[in-house]
Design a protein. Structure first.
Length: 85
């Protein structure tokens, strides 16, 4: 039975065979503060949006999409206004 590789193991033996540490390598590396992994990306929202499936008239959808990028945000604003929020 072949020996299982440890997650931190590598294929090189001599330090001269180690891969070059480029700027890209460090940009993608995990960042820790002490023992805690620092999460990257957008922080969680206090009021996250909910994904739904909604059937609307084709003309309504076309009108919102015709306004360009951000049409979903504008559609949400119109719905909020319609319900008094």
């Amino acid at each position: 039975m072949p020996k299982k590789k440890h997650a931190g193991s590598n294929d090189w033996v001599d330090l001269d065979d180690a891969p070059e540490l480029t700027d890209d390598y460090f940009e993608r590396a995990d960042v820790y503060e002490g023992e805690r992994l620092v999460r990257r990306g957008r922080p969680p929202s206090e009021n996250p949006k909910k994904a739904i499936s909604l059937r609307v008239d084709a003309e309504v959808l076309e009108r919102f999409k015709a306004t360009g990028p951000g049409w979903q945000r504008r559609m949400n604003a119109a719905l909020r206004k319609a319900v008094g929020l």
